[in-house]
Write a protein that binds this ligand. Structure first.
Ligand code: ADP
Ligand code: MG
Length: 605
């Protein structure tokens, strides 16, 4: 069934793929290679080496802060871990730098896992505060340990050698740094365009929606934090062998803030913004360090003041950074639609018609003194649309949250297909075949409609970050996109596949949420006000879609204020008022009820 209608008609023609998007990376690689061949003064090669070294921790922040919305002041400290590990082990124990690289990565993993595991379960400012403490603690530790040379650091760190060739500080080192930096950029770009990436991109909007789609948000947050720390650690390893000496100052809090600044300036959500940010800040810093003391007449770190002013200006005028301003002007290429032949994702066996799907038994939720849901009971059967209605504040959305594990019950229990699901988390409930939409649409605004909907099939796929970076996930990706497209077409959104979700108006946004919920492959679908903001025609199409789902045996729980729609499509209706169960029955019985009329009088109709 394809309910595509004139009211939902949109431009389905592919925008012209921009050569800048396809050729951006090879062009950059060629440009960097050409630079190496030009007779540039050594000074510039060294500058470019620093920019490459800085790009790595900034890239980590692009992922952590720009994409996931998690702020860390401790990236410089992780750079320090990588630098000091290799400096100590190569000078004191004579180990090969190619071995100590991995030792540094090991120590970094352990420390990042510890910090992440402790702080990332808590929301709010715990991570930034913990990374502040980590940055300060490591700085003073490095500065006070005799074995690490206190504030003088470690001298005589060997330069890198590869197959007998000294990499030194100039062109051979430049080749290594930029090879690593570009590989890291490609890896992160690929990651963002994958199942893992979509899950990670959903984190910035809070955990509720992602968890409802089966994403283990804590695991992904810790994963991103550790990955960002590993990038920083590689940077530290390069730094130590480039400078051939280490001391605590480049790994302190000030540098931690500077890395954040590079990420924000470059464009915290963009991979290429990392290179732009690192480049601009490094070059500007050098110019200002020479220029400002001359202007002012005394020496000092005046460039920090300029950076402070710059960051305020950037946040005000270019909140998404410099790269976003460029990115906006490059036409977006369509995702190549290569999934037509992809085999379908596995589906769960469907329940028998009329079987009991959901048994809600005296569920209760108290918020302090307020009883939002007061011992509510009702049942939902397969192949039926059950309406849950009641005036605003009656407790309908809270009931949804109790059933789907977003909120913990104060009392009562919920059984799904005969098994108790109350007490389980959202993720586990979704895995059993319960999918939902939200009264206030929750999506990832800067992902396409297709990508947003593919997120719904998270639990039906399994490829991880490494597969994504190595592009071993493409077969599964095609399956995911085939499923997402199928569900989008089913709700009449076939014309919107490649639109940015954030650009949609309310009606299509709600349909996107329904398609995403259908991607979960649910046996029970909970829709919270799906028709709010829809036009008349769109509502009729929605009713058609719901009828078709019912015919397939889906159990649907519908919260909706449009009484015409509710009375038209529901088989059974439960009415709530002030958290209590007012009555239930067929639409005709509900319409004739004086109690219901009184409850709605003056509020709805
Ligand atoms: P409905 O969806 O029927 O309009 P809700 O379930 O959203 O109603 O809300 C029911 C009642 O519970 C309202 O009085 C609301 O203010 C209250 N409520 C909902 N969520 C919370 C919360 N997280 N904390 C405190 N009170 C809440
Ligand atoms: Mg509500």
């Amino acid at each position: 069934m394809d309910a595509l209608s004139p009211s939902l008609k949109a431009d389905d023609s592919a925008p012209v793929p921009s050569p800048l998007r396809t050729w951006g990376l090879p062009a950059l690689a060629v440009a960097l290679a050409t630079i190496a061949l030009l007779p540039l003064p050594d000074f510039w090669i060294i500058q470019l080496n620093y920019i490459g070294i800085y790009t790595l921790p900034v890239l980590g922040l692009v992922l952590l802060t720009g994409v996931c919305g998690l702020t860390s002041f401790g990236q410089a400290a992780f750079v320090g871990v990588g630098a000091y590990t290799t400096a100590y082990l190569t000078t004191q124990m004579g180990l090969s730098p190619w071995l100590t690289l991995f030792m540094g990565l090991g120590i970094t993993t352990v420390s990042a896992l510890l910090i992440g595991a402790i702080t990332l379960r808590m929301s709010g400012h715990y991570l930034p505060l913990a990374t502040l403490a980590w940055a300060l603690a490591l700085y003073y530790l490095l500065g006070n340990l005799d074995a690490l040379g206190k504030y003088d650091g470690i001298l005589g760190v060997p330069g890198l050698e590869l197959a007998g060739l000294e990499l030194g500080k100039l062109r051979p080192f430049y080749a290594l740094v930029w090879l690593i930096a570009l590989l890291a950029c490609v890896a992160v770009a690929r990651l963002l365009d994958s199942r893992t990436g979509r899950a990670v991109r959903a984190l910035a909007g809070g955990t509720q929606m992602a968890e409802a789609m089966g994403v283990d948000t804590f695991r992904y947050k810790v994963g991103v934090f550790v990955f960002a720390a590993l990038l920083a650690s590689v940077s530290g390893w390069l730094f130590a062998h480039f400078q051939q000496t280490v001391n605590p100052s480049p790994f302190g809090l000030q540098m931690g803030i500077e890395y954040l600044f590079m990420a924000v300036l470059g464009g915290a959500g963009h991979v290429w913004g990392a290179i732009a940010g690192a480049g601009i800040v490094k070059l500007l810093e050098d110019q200002l360090q020479v220029l400002l003391p001359k202007l002012i007449g005394t020496s000092g770190n005046y460039e920090l003041i300029v950076f402070g002013i710059l960051i305020v200006l950037v946040l005000k005028y270019l909140p998404d950074g410099l790269w976003e301003a460029i990115d906006r002007r490059i036409p977006r290429a369509h995702r190549r639609q290569d999934w037509a032949q992809a085999p379908a994702l596995p589906v769960q066996p469907k329940p028998e018609a009329d079987s009991l799907m959901l048994d809600v038994r005296a569920i209760r939720k108290e918020f302090g003194g307020l009883v939002a849901v007061n011992d509510i009971s009702f049942q939902i059967r397969a192949g039926q649309i059950t309406g849950l209605i009641g005036p605003n504040g009656a407790g309908k959305s809270t009931t949804f949250n109790l059933i789907t594990g977003v909120l913990e019950l104060t009392g009562g229990e919920v059984l799904f297909r005969g098994e108790r699901i109350s007490g389980l988390g959202s993720r586990e409930i979704a895995r059993r075949g319960v999918a939902r939409t939200f009264q206030h649409v929750k999506m990832v605004p800067d992902m396409t409609v297709l990508e947003n909907v593919a997120l719904g099939a998270h639990l039906r796929s399994h490829k991880g970050a490494l597969s994504a970076m190595l592009r071993l996930d493409r077969a599964e990706e095609r399956q995911l996109f085939a499923e997402a497209e199928r569900q989008l077409r089913r709700v009449g959104m076939g014309a919107y596949l490649h639109h940015k979700a954030g650009d949609l108006s309310m009606g299509p946004q709600r349909l996107l949420e329904i398609a995403r919920a259908l991607c979960v492959d649910p046996a029970l679908l909970l829709l919270d006000e799906p028709a709010a903001g829809l036009r008349h025609k769109e509502k009729q199409e929605l009713a058609e879609v719901l009828r078709a789902l019912r015919a397939e045996g889906m159990a649907i729980l519908l919260v909706e204020h449009d009484m015409g729609l509710v009375m038209d499509i529901c088989d059974h209706i439960v009415v709530m008022e002030f958290g209590t169960h007012l009555m239930e029955g067929t639409p005709a019985q509900v319409q004739q009820s004086d109690k219901v009329r009184a409850a709605y009088l003056g509020t709805e109709h």
